[in-house]
Design a protein around this ligand. Structure first.
Ligand SMILES: [Zn+2]
Length: 322
């Protein structure tokens, strides 16, 4: 994303930011994070947001946009520094492709430049095994029933959840983003000891938040959900786009692995090039443009590797397999 795009995106995040740093009082008024109007017994909250991008406090008279507010709260005066802070805070990455992406995506894409030693060291450093165990405990903990409720609503039984080490984290945040990025309740699907998929379980969230509802914490190498089935299955293996689609097939008695994203089709071909699967594959992607492109990439790759496969589209004209 360009700096200009980032600037425009961040501008729209004023309400998110205000909700992070202060609390709402009656109507549309917030406690002023600068003069604290609204905290005294008599004082009325006088901090207002206008059109989602401007703010004004009628008590202290301060006003501006999100950058002015961040500057005042964090005591930064130079606009460039405020911008850098905002980009960090909301986890945006500036890149050449104009993509809105989390920092982590970039960070994990950068291979260590100084040889194998560093990469080995990092590999041994990141291990989420303990975290996965805690998340599994949490999924079945009565005080956090919403995680299991979400799974059941999506047709995934507790038994399947247990078998695949699925867990729940009530207040999750991507390990590589700033502490100011809001936390969210997530189903955790382990992919390998150093990577997992985290799915926001809330419904009715804003489109701004929704774009982050499916997030991945990447490890040293790309891993796919239930990847080991490629080498152990005794029946054909479904290859789905999303983890939940794979889980649904498993729930119905089949064997399935998930790519995680249509953009990982190349990685998947690399994976089966290194070690071919022991059973034929059944490719089933979402019936949208990205899904169709992935199907053609996978087909071409599998043909050239002489891996037996079939393409199956159970959705007909419906777009999504979930
Ligand atoms: Zn004020």
């Amino acid at each position: 994303m360009t700096r200009e795009t980032a600037k425009n995106e961040i501008k729209k995040l004023l309400t998110n930011y205000v909700n992070m740093i202060t609390e709402k009082r009656s109507g549309d008024a917030y406690v002023c994070p600068l003069c604290k109007s609204g905290t005294h017994k008599k004082g009325t909250a006088a901090f207002h947001i206008k059109d989602g991008v401007f703010w004004k406090c009628f008590s202290c008279g301060e006003n501006g946009d999100i950058f002015d507010l961040i500057g005042k709260i964090e005591n930064i005066s130079d606009f460039k520094d405020i911008m850098d802070r905002a980009i960090e805070m909301f986890g945006f990455t500036l890149d050449d492709n104009d993509h809105l992406s989390y920092k982590a995506e970039k960070a994990s894409a950068h291979k260590p430049s100084n040889g194998n030693e560093t990469s080995k060291a990092q590999e041994t450093l990141v291990n989420y095994t303990e975290k996965f165990l805690q998340a599994q405990e949490c999924l079945f903990d009565n005080t956090h029933g919403e995680g299991l409720e979400y799974l059941v609503k999506r047709g995934i039984s507790a038994e399947t959840a247990k078998k695949y080490g699925i867990g729940f984290i009530p207040a999750w945040r991507h390990p590589k983003v700033s502490q100011y990025v809001p936390q969210s309740p997530r189903i955790i699907v382990p992919l390998s000891k150093d990577s997992y998929f985290a799915r926001d379980i809330r419904s009715g969230i804003s489109s701004k938040t929704k774009q982050y509802e499916k997030q991945r914490v990447k490890g040293e190498k790309r891993h796919f959900f239930n990847e080991s089935a490629l080498y152990t299955s005794d029946s054909p293996i479904y290859v789905t786009e999303g983890e939940f689609s794979a889980l649904s097939i498993i729930e119905a008695g089949g064997t399935a692995i998930a790519l995680g994203s249509t953009s990982y089709a190349d990685d998947f071909i690399k994976c089966v090039t290194e070690k071919p699967p022991v059973q034929p594959l059944i490719i089933t992607m979402d019936n949208d443009d990205a899904g169709k492109k992935a199907v053609s990439k996978l087909s071409n790759g599998l043909v050239s590797l002489s891996v037996p496969f079939a393409v199956y589209n159970p959705m007909g004209d419906y777009k999504r397999s979930e």
